[in-house]
Design a protein around this ligand. Sequence first.
Ligand code: PEP
Ligand code: MG
Length: 949
Amino acid sequence: MLSLTPQDVRMGQVLASKEAVISALADWLEQDGNVAPGYGAGMLAREAQTSTYLGQGIAIPHGIQACRHLVKKTGIKALHLPEGVDWGEGEKAYLVLGIAAGSDEHLELLRRLARALGRDDLAERVRQARHSDDILRLLRVDEGEEAPLLEWRAETIRTGLKATALDELQRAAADLLRTNEQELAALQSPLHLGQGWWLSQTVTEGKPRMALVTTMAEGEHHGQPVRALLALAVSGNGHKRLLVQLADWLVAGKGAELAALAGEALQRALTRGPVAPGEQALTANQRVVTVRNHQGLHARPGAMLVQLARQFEAEIRVRNLDGDGHEVNAKSLMKLIGLGVRPGHQLLFTANGADADEALTQLQAAIHEGLGEELVPVTAETGTVHRVQDIAANTQVHGVGASPGIAIGPVYVETPVTFDYADMACNAEAERERLNSALEQADRELAEAAAEAAAPQARDILAMHRELLSDPALLEGAGARLRRGASAPAAWWAEIDAAATEQAASANALLAERAADIRDIGRRVMAILCNTPLPSPPDTPYVWVAEDTGPSEVVNMNAERVLGLVTAGGGPSSHSAILARTLGIPALVAMGGAVMGLKTGTPVILDGEAGTLHVAPAPEVLARARAQQARERQLAEQAWAQRHQPAVTRDGHRLEVGANLGDTAATAAAVEAGAEGVGLLRTECVFMGRSRAPDVSQQLAEYQAAFAALKGRPLVARTLDVGGDKPLSWWPAPREDNPFLGVRGIRLCRQQPELLETQLRALLTAAGDQPVRIMFPMVADWAEWRFARELFERVQADIHAPNVQVGMMVEVPSAALHAPQFAKEADFFSIGTNDLTQYTLAADRGNGALAALSDGLHPAVLKLIAMTVDAAHAEGKWVGICGELGSDLQALPLLLGLGVDEVSVSPGRIPMVKARVRECNLARCRALAGRALAARDARAVRALVETSS
Ligand code: PEP
Ligand code: MG
């Protein structure tokens, strides 16, 4: 064991150079019988390889491996150099400890020093020390005196590299550290800590960072083993805890054992130290909690967890200790679900901020209580869960319906592909060529798929994917990684993963769901690079079950063969769901991880309307479903054949049916699907995805395209409805705690009237003599209405559009309650039931956990619709419905009964909506509506409709 006594320290030495210091130490060690002649040369050789400067004015020169035979007796000698000696790279040493050790005994010293190095003023105190006792005291530091922490982070630990050369490890570590060129140069001289562990250190002015890489097999560098490299870019002393923790393992002689651990296990081991299992493992700002929900952390409990996390200021990160180890923001649902938490998995939460402790306590308690779900037991021996609620035969599982229709058939469960590739490569140029050729091949494949795709949306998505393939940021990032020695697949996937993770963190659910597009294109290129074919489904028809499907997979799927689509994750607004609707494939999303446990071949009934999956149905259930499916098919065919006929009830009452559009280019297709006009043009599409506001001529072109395709049919244009959850990149808006209750829609336009004025000018001009109806979103108060109406009148006084009406959306309860006043001035109302429902029931429309509550058929919402209709009709004005409720076939008789004059729905739904109206009788609908208004809740209303039809 190395120990330092007062006799081993010579105070107040003055020496001119590092070489002189080393020579003096070597002589002293030789005189005391610690080493044989020649050891000094070995110490100098070590310095030539790597600097032994530790930090805080301390250096620890020792001989290279090849001169260990010269060590006769372990020992240490220290020279105190108050004037300092230049130790290279601008560092000055005030205390130099010459070490003679035949094995790794110097590590105990290193461990002690690592603790001492945590003191900010150590260098200065060493310099000013007068007695050798002072030095010994300074090197003894209490356990409690820890400097601020730099944590082991799973994202910056990469284990099991195929490469074993030290310089390759350095490149990999530099890549993880994201070093700049200057830092990279400073990292070039690693210090061998022992047992194959190396340390590279550089000073940074930026945030301190760590990176740790380990090898799959042991390598060698100048006679020393190579197993792992810890690289640090540090400014202060926050990293010293890491060194102490690592040194603890090396002192315990467990360096090799440690280096052999996989990512997450390695991080945990380092944090815990080489202690027996069960001992304290976590820092104060961490908690480990076991998830015992029977389907793991799927959408509903996940949403509850995220809501809870968002109530705290603290930054909260979480990783699945039983997953792939990456850490995510606990306030992002997409990321949380992406952790793939199954029953029995352990989550490690880390929180930082004033209320971190409270946040951790509450999160832990909420998970223990089941996040609103029943819990299942975890066995002590295995740590796994008895899956008491694995999907049994003849069971119905609920999810979110994303595309209507019934599909019956065997499932094909797609298990995710894994790609095998080396992280590092020797020839950067060859790797660049490899990546370029894979990108070209992927582009060719996409072009071919686009040429064959029938649906315009499919073509658009494939075009967007081709754009992604040549995205400069993606290519630049991958290029930089290639230059640092990464292999083509490693470089490509690292960039894809980072871009998708960033996208998934977007507060806007629609944008967040685009992460699937990025990963989708990423996988396509990986399949080419790794020569790993993507899974191929069976030749016979099947219901496709997957964790999540990429849009290009949906585009490529053979609609003849894919009967239906079921995803464990995803959301109804993901591209996959939109495409499934376009292709007419019934789909369910957000089903939870349990569906991945189904066996390929298991028969199911998928009901995209009801949002249910019936697994291994009993023969009588199957027979009923087949009969219903046949009926629905027949109805759909009849409805399509009559799509251009008006929607008239049996007793002769007509309901107008328009199309909801977010893109003017889809107008002609909507007319072809039977639209009698556009009932809602969400004009945000004209304003988003630009770097500045569109001018009059740009807007004119968009609106004229819609009017041209409508050929005299009316167009209801809703003016700009952005802000809140739909931000505009070119319009900086302050962060809001409750964006849905924030500055959005007409509120935002009041702050920028010129924007609304330009839009009104473009709309009125584009209309010419065709019928144009203009409405304003989110009107909650009289002043907002007056502002909009007056602005409209000013513009109209200039343009004199001949066929125009001006109205407003009713989507805030105050507008419905105050409808009698608004109806005096508004020419029409269009009820936005999506928002009206969320505001009436105080249930966030994007929150899957509240899906059952936010039902537009709630009697409270129906009452507001009735008040709006009555107020409008009293003034001779008309009322439309442009929210999703208009597409709900159960809602239609009630909307007719309440007196609604028009519904506007997604184009694909028009034929069925018209067909449903033709089945109704207005007098009976009125009676039904009266009973619905008196019902207890939405379930009771639905039951009422069910029994009456
Ligand atoms: C609504 O709120 O019902 C509506 C049609 O508007 P959006 O869905 O665009 O908010
Ligand atoms: Mg709305």
